[in-house]
Design a protein around this ligand. Structure first.
Ligand code: GUN
Ligand code: ZN
Length: 433
C-alpha cells in the first residue's frame, strides 16, 4: 500500500486537560508529520524525524491537523427541518418533527437526505456521529449504506416509538423489537457501522416497548443505547404522569435496565441529586447539546455539577433542534451556556471534548478521537485565517490556546480546510460544492 504523510501543525489530546495551563494533556507539533497507510495512522512526529521514503507528502502548513470531530447526538432525518420556528420542545416535535419524519417511509427520500447529511458532516469537519434515524427501518438502511459507501465510522439506530405521535410514525412494542433485531443483524459491525438501540424517550414509548428495549439491551450488550432525558419542564411533567411509579425521569430508564456504560442520554439538563448519582453510578453519558438547548429554550446544562458527581459527558449538535452542523459553533455555544451558569469552559477542554472526550464517551478512544499510531486516519485540518474577520484577529494571536478559542468563537465550515476519512481526502472531493 502507498503511504501518505500529512505535514502541518499537529494537535492531539491524550487525556482531559485539568486546566488551561495543562500542556501535558496534549501533543503539539509545530512542524509535524502524520503518516498514513491503509486508512490508519502509522506514525506521528516531527516532520524532520519521520521517514519519507516512498511517501506522498501533502503539505497543510500553516494549518492545524487534529482528529476529526465527533458529534454525539443528532437526528439525520431532521436535516431538512433545521430552523423551524417554535416556542418549546413539545410544540416543535408536534408541529414539525413528527411531520417531517413521516417522509422517511419513502426509500428514495431517505437515500437523498442521507447523501446531503453526510456531505454536511464532512463540510463541517465531523467524521463520526451518533444519529437517530426515523422509526422506519429503511431510513436506517439509507443511513448505514451511505456511511459504508464513504467508509465512515457512524453509530445510529431506528427510533422506537409506539405512542403519542402520528399513526404513520408509530411502531408497536413487538415490531420495534423485531425491526431493531433485524437492523442489528444487518448493520452492526458491518464496515465501520455500529448500532444504537434507540427508544426515543419516555413520552413516546409504552411500558411494553420499554420492556422490549430492555430485552434488546440485554441481548446486544455491545450496542450503544440512546435516548432523551430531562430536556424540558413540560416533557418531565408529562413523563412523570405516564410513569407515575417512577421516582423521577431517570428512574424510568433505570427501571427498564437502560442505564449502562454504553447509554447516551441526550440533554440531561434538569436532574435532581438522585438522578445525577444514578447516571454516574451506571457510567452512562450525559450529552450536552448547547445550540439546541438555547434554540428551544430548554435550559442550561450544568457541566460543573456533572463533573463533580463523576458523570461522563459528551458534546453534540442535536440537529435539527440544533442550529448548526459545526462542532466549532457547538463549542462556542457550549462556552456561552456555561458563561450563563457562571462556569468556565476553556478551549483546551472544548477541543478535547469534541475529539478524544467524545471518543472516550463512546468507548472508542482506541479507534478514533486522537492523532496517534493505530488510530483511524479520520482527521480535520483547521484554518484559523479562513475569513477576513478571523485573519484580522489572528494578527494578534500568540498562543495555541488563543488560536483554538478564535477557531471556536469565529470559525464555522469555512475554517475546515480539509477532512480525511480513513486516510482519504473527503472535503475537497465533495461534488458540486
Ligand atoms: N425528544 C424526543 N425526541 C426529540 C427530538 O427529536 N429532538 C429533541 N431535541 N428532543 C427530543
Ligand atoms: Zn435529539
Amino acid at each position: 500500500m502507498s503511504r501518505t504523510i500529512l505535514r502541518g501543525r499537529v494537535l492531539s489530546f491524550s487525556r482531559a486537560p485539568e486546566s488551561i495551563e495543562d500542556s501535558e494533556s496534549y501533543l503539539y507539533l509545530k512542524d509535524g508529520a502524520v503518516s498514513i497507510e491503509d486508512g490508519l495512522i502509522t506514525a506521528v512526529g516531527d516532520f524532520a524525524a519521520v521517514g519519507r521514503a516512498d511517501a506522498v507528502v501533502i503539505d497543510h502548513r500553516p494549518n492545524l491537523i487534529m482528529a476529526g470531530f465527533i458529534d454525539m447526538h443528532l437526528h439525520y432525518v431532521q436535516s431538512q427541518m433545521m430552523a423551524s420556528y417554535a416556542g418549546s420542545l413539545l410544540e416543535w416535535l408536534n408541529t414539525y418533527t413528527f411531520v417531517e419524519e413521516q417522509k422517511f417511509s419513502q426509500q428514495g427520500h431517505a437515500n437523498a437526505v442521507a447523501v446531503d447529511f453526510y456531505d454536511a458532516l464532512i463540510r463541517h469537519g465531523t467524521t463520526t456521529a451518533v444519529a437517530y434515524c426515523s422509526s422506519h427501518p429503511r431510513s436506517v438502511d439509507a443511513f448505514f449504506a451511505e456511511a459504508q459507501r464513504r467508509n465512515m465510522l457512524m453509530v445510529g439506530g431506528k427510533v422506537m416509538m409506539d405512542r403519542n405521535a402520528p399513526e404513520d410514525l408509530l411502531d408497536t412494542a413487538q415490531s420495534s423489537y423485531d425491526d431493531t433485531k433485524a437492523l442489528i443483524a444487518r448493520w452492526h459491525k458491518r464496515g465501520r457501522g455500529l448500532y444504537a438501540i434507540s427508544p426515543r424517550f419516555a413520552i413516546t414509548s409504552t411500558p411494553e416497548q420499554m420492556e422490549m428495549a430492555q430485552a434488546l439491551v440485554a441481548e446486544h450488550g455491545d450496542c450503544h443505547v440512546q435516548t432523551h432525558l430531562s430536556e424540558n419542564d413540560a416533557e418531565i411533567t408529562y413523563s412523570m404522569e405516564l410513569y407515575p411509579d417512577a421516582p423521577d425521569y431517570t428512574g424510568i430508564y433505570e427501571r427498564y435496565g437502560l442505564l449502562t456504560e454504553r447509554t447516551l442520554l441526550g440533554h440531561s439538563i434538569h436532574l435532581n441529586h438522585r438522578e445525577t448519582a444514578a447516571i454516574a453510578n451506571a457510567g452512562a453519558v450525559a450529552v450536552f447539546c448547547p445550540t439546541s438547548n438555547l434554540f428551544l429554550g430548554s435550559g442550561l446544562f450544568d457541566r460543573d455539577r456533572m463533573v463533580k458527581h463523576g458523570v461522563r459527558i459528551g458534546l453534540a449538535t442535536d440537529i435539527g433542534a440544533g442550529t448548526s452542523f459545526s462542532m466549532l459553533k457547538t463549542m462556542d455555544e457550549a462556552f456561552k451556556v456555561l458563561q450563563l451558569r457562571g462556569q468556565r469552559f476553556n478551549p483546551l477542554a472544548s477541543f478535547h471534548l469534541a475529539t478524544r472526550g467524545n471518543a472516550e464517551a463512546l468507548g472508542l478512544a482506541d479507534t478514533i478521537g486522537s492523532v496517534a499510531p493505530g488510530r483511524a486516519a479520520d482527521l480535520v485540518v483547521l484554518d484559523a485565517r479562513a475569513t477576513p474577520t478571523m485573519r484580522m484577529r489572528m494578527a494578534t494571536v500568540e498562543t495555541l490556546v488563543e488560536e483554538l478559542f478564535l477557531l471556536q468563537t469565529l470559525g464555522d465550515d469555512r475554517a475546515i480546510s480539509e477532512v480525511y476519512v480513513a486516510g482519504a481526502r473527503a472535503k475537497s472531493t465533495l461534488g458540486g460544492l
